[in-house]
Design a protein around this ligand. Structure first.
Ligand code: PMP
Ligand code: GLU
Length: 397
């Protein structure tokens, strides 16, 4: 009765587990501020919910084409045009969230033993998804002075002939950094020269806060890079639709066809009602979505100021997504409430157990000495949570 080595090697998603633990404590009546999950606190916009209700009432409740309804794939293709990307509806496959889109994409290109370069800090699930398709993650440590962005030179020195793909995530989870067009051009040149794929996770593309920065999709930088890139996106973050599970891949037709075949034999179509809702999200009124973006910006400005006011903590101002990546190295080595704080995990544990603040320690993202604070939570919680973090530092240092 032996389970597979692959399955036994998969860890539970750290972001989801820490958040589940925070919610479990909350349900027990413990006062917890949950800064762990990257999940917008807003309700899904009203027009999107109404579209779903209409879908149920109109009995739009049967199997749909497994790659998603054509209208939705068309709406996605239209939306991608705003990023300078020319895709046909046939190049789009609608999946159960972008996590599933990533799994589909990697399944389509990875043979056992193929390497995938993952710049760290990385979003935790990349590693396990690569392992699930029998690939080998090849982690590259980025540099803080380079704003945690991987350079083409670093990719070059990591490359060997087993490398099949590189994952680029901009805006980035957990750092909030955004790659410029010039940086992406160099990475694109590297990928084209080595003839490898790029998985471009753009799920936070609408959440950019600086007027001087714009989102660039690496796939928009020429035909050669476009055909090697699989764009990953989804509606969870910008439309506050985490529970609906809508994501997609956009890619060369040959890759899209393979992904569709995989999906036809695994999940089939995503929930039909969620597809109707997604269509409204993309085509309908965007006023609630615009208001959410404004609020995230306000929260980012507030939390960045609060963190910079707290002694011993430091962070680079995030330009996008909704995370602060906070350097806690100056807190290490102290003993707090009887525990020696050796690493960011110890810091996260003491924050949760003694101060009721849930954050994600950075070992989840492949680096030491940071904690990730999600500000996709209410202003009230941000005020209270940062007060508690300040209290923790001031009481113990
Ligand atoms: N990519 C990144 C970088 C993320 O932070 C997340 C977390 N939600 C996902 C993909 C997956 O999101 P979803 O499956 O909800 O679309
Ligand atoms: N991606 C979000 C995060 O990083 C949600 C949790 C998850 O999907 O892992 O917190």
């Amino acid at each position: 009765m032996k389970l597979s080595d692959m399955a036994l090697g998969i860890r539970p998603s750290s972001t989801l587990s820490i958040s589940a633990e925070a919610n479990r404590r909350k349900a027990e009546g413990i006062d917890i501020i949950n800064f762990s999950a990257g999940e917008p606190d807003f309700n899904t916009p009203e027009n999107i919910k109404q579209a779903a209700i209409r879908a149920i009432n109109n009995n739009f409740t049967k199997y749909t084409p497994y790659e998603g309804i054509y209208e939705l794939r068309t709406a996605v293709a239209e939306e991608l045009k705003t990023d300078g990307l020319e895709y046909a509806p046939e190049d789009i496959v609608i999946s159960n969230g972008s996590k599933h889109a990533l799994k589909n994409a990697l399944s389509a290109i990875i043979d056992p033993g193929d390497k995938v370069i993952v710049p760290a800090p990385y979003w935790n699930s990349y590693i396990d998804i690569i392992n699930m398709v029998y690939g080998v993650p090849e982690v590259v440590q980025t540099r803080k002075q380079n704003l945690f962005k991987v350079t083409a030179a670093q990719l070059e020195s990591t490359y060997d002939p087993k490398v099949k793909a590189v994952i680029i995530n901009s805006p980035n989870n957990p750092t909030g950094m955004v790659y410029s067009e010039a940086e992406l051009k160099e990475i694109a040149a590297f990928a084209v020269e080595k003839d490898i794929f790029v998985i471009s996770d753009e799920i936070y593309k609408r959440l950019i806060y600086s007027r001087h920065l714009k989102h660039t999709s690496i796939a928009s930088l020429g035909e050669e890079i476009k055909k090697r890139t699989i764009v990953i996106d989804g509606l969870s973050k910008s439309y506050s639709m985490t529970g609906w599970r809508v994501g997609y891949t956009a890619s060369d037709r040959k890759i899209a066809d393979v992904i569709a075949n995989i999906q036809s034999n695994s999940t089939s179509n995503i929930n039909s009602i969620a597809q109707a809702a997604a269509l409204e999200a993309l085509r309908g009124d965007k006023s609630e979505v615009t208001a959410m973006l404004k609020e995230f910006q306000h929260r980012r400005d507030f939390i960045a100021q609060r963190i910079s006011d707290i002694p011993l903590l430091s962070s680079i101002l995030p330009k996008g997504a909704f995370y602060m990546f906070v350097d806690v190295s100056k807190l290490l080595g102290a003993t707090v409430r009887g525990t020696l704080l050796k690493d960011s995990r110890d810091v996260a544990n003491v924050l949760l157990d003694s101060y009721g603040v849930a954050v994600v320690p950075s070992d989840a993202f492949g680096v030491d000495n940071y904690i990730r604070i999600s500000y996709a939570t209410s202003m009230r919680d941000i005020v209270e949570g940062t007060n508690r973090i300040e209290k923790f530092v001031k009481q113990n240092y």
